[in-house]
Design a protein around this ligand. Structure first.
Ligand code: AMP
Length: 404
């Protein structure tokens, strides 16, 4: 089983990955752990990664991809693996797909552990990790029995260097901007399972296991269906059908499950049609030759053999063309990702473009407010002047009334 665990920092990927290791006997590969190990050993890679990790930024792709490639080539991954904290952006997701394609070990499932922002903050600020075995505790939600001591191995518990408020908010920002699109990527590939990541650790683990089991079941049912289909088509296949058809069926069985429903089926159907055409032609030739002389019969047979050879060569050529066609098919999903990336870039560009406009309108608002306050002051002065005038007029009136 080849799994990817997706989720924001603090969603519980590490905790759940450790349980999955026990349950399925496959290794957990955490890029965060590998990077922290490199930092603590003071390797070149660790030195290069540290500044990014301290700032809550992603370590450059080439560093992480090199590390993953090396780790996936080790024999303990033959039965499967759990990727935790990788991929973190679209280029990493695409690179992983290519790597696994080359290894003929496609990914089975990407599990998203979904957790609310507030819960994430509480988990991250209270998180404690064992220096020795990597077990994770939380001072609020899952405290150790003894302060700062690991329940499992007695190792010392420590607060991770990047679990401080400033780095945490950076890491969550990076997750929103760069890792969220990876969720859409796996959703489009039909490989995403969303899991509610809130509640008891056991409950969450149960939800994850259910998602995995139902994927495994769906996978085995699909394989059984394909096997039945292959058997049935072999039983109904007329004996006259040539090797080209058999080849197509064989290919169909060997093709990966997902591809079997699309490209391989189409190819097999195409080849079947070609083979059928050939059979029709053959019988037409036969019919005409029955009516004609034996000599002509022999000639027609010769012609038929030649045609068959030509068809075989054509079929071989078509087979040779297959990789190119495969490539074309494989190229189509990235175009969806390119669209996704283009949308992301457009939104970012629009935000960037809007920033000067927002600044300008803020300046204009400030100018207007200044004008209003000037006008108010002028108005107040005018009112005061008018009041003075009224008083003067009243005095004059009173004087005139006194004289009268
Ligand atoms: P984590 O333990 O998964 O939260 O990772 C801790 C830090 O390691 C992250 O904040 C990044 O700086 C770095 N890191 C881990 N995984 C990756 C990755 N796949 N790509 C880039 N940086 C990573």
């Amino acid at each position: 089983m080849r799994l990817v665990l997706l989720g924001a920092p603090g969603s519980g990927k590490g905790t759940q990955a450790k349980r999955l290791v026990e349950r399925y006997g496959i290794p957990q590969i955490s890029t965060g752990d590998l990077l922290r190990e490199a930092v603590s050993k003071g390797t070149e890679l660790g030195k290069a990664a540290k500044q990014y990790m301290d700032a809550g930024q992603l370590v450059p792709d080439e560093v992480v991809l090199g590390m993953i490639r090396e780790r996936l080539s080790r024999p303990d991954t033959a039965k499967g693996f759990i990727l935790d904290g990788f991929p973190r952006n679209l280029p990493q997701a695409e690179a992983l797909d290519h790597m696994l394609d080359e290894m003929k070990q496609p990914l089975d499932l990407a599990i998203l552990i979904d957790v609310d922002y507030d819960v994430l903050m509480q988990r991250l600020t209270g998180r404690l990790t064992c220096e020795n075995c990597g077990a994770v505790f939380n001072i609020y939600t899952n405290p150790p029995r003894q302060d700062h001591i690991c329940d499992f191995c007695g190792g010392k518990l420590h607060h991770r260097a990047d679990d401080n408020e400033e780095t945490i908010s950076n890491r969550l920002k990076v997750y929103d901007q760069q890792t969220r699109p990876v969720i859409a990527y796996y959703e489009m590939e039909g490989k995403l399972a969303r899991i509610n990541g809130e509640g008891e650790i056991d409950e969450i683990f149960q939800r994850i296991v259910e998602a995995i089991e139902s994927r495994l079941k769906a996978g085995s049912e699909q394989s059984a269906g394909e096997a039945r289909e292959t058997k049935a088509s072999a039983a109904t296949r007329p004996a006259s059908e040539g090797p080209a058809t058999r080849k197509a069926v064989k290919k169909k069985t060997a093709a990966p499950r997902a591809a079997a429903t699309s490209s391989a089926t189409k190819k097999a159907a195409k080849k079947k049609a070609t083979a059928k055409k050939g059979t029709a032609k053959k019988s037409a030739v036969k019919k005409s030759t029955q009516k004609k002389a034996v000599r002509k019969k022999v000639a027609a047979k010769k012609g038929a053999t030649k045609k068959a050879v030509t068809r075989k060569t054509a079929a071989k050529k078509a087979t040779r063309k297959t990789p190119a066609r495969k490539k074309a098919v494989r190229r189509s999903p990235p175009s969806l990702q390119q669209i996704l990336r283009a949308v992301e870039q457009t939104v970012n560009r629009e935000i960037r473009e809007m920033e000067p406009q927002l600044e300008q309108s803020a300046r204009e608002t400030a100018r207007l407010l200044a004008r209003i306050s000037r006008a108010e002051q002028q108005g107040e002065r005018r009112v005061a002047r008018a009041e003075e005038k009224v008083q003067r007029l009243m005095e004059r009136l009173r004087r005139l009334q006194g004289k009268g």
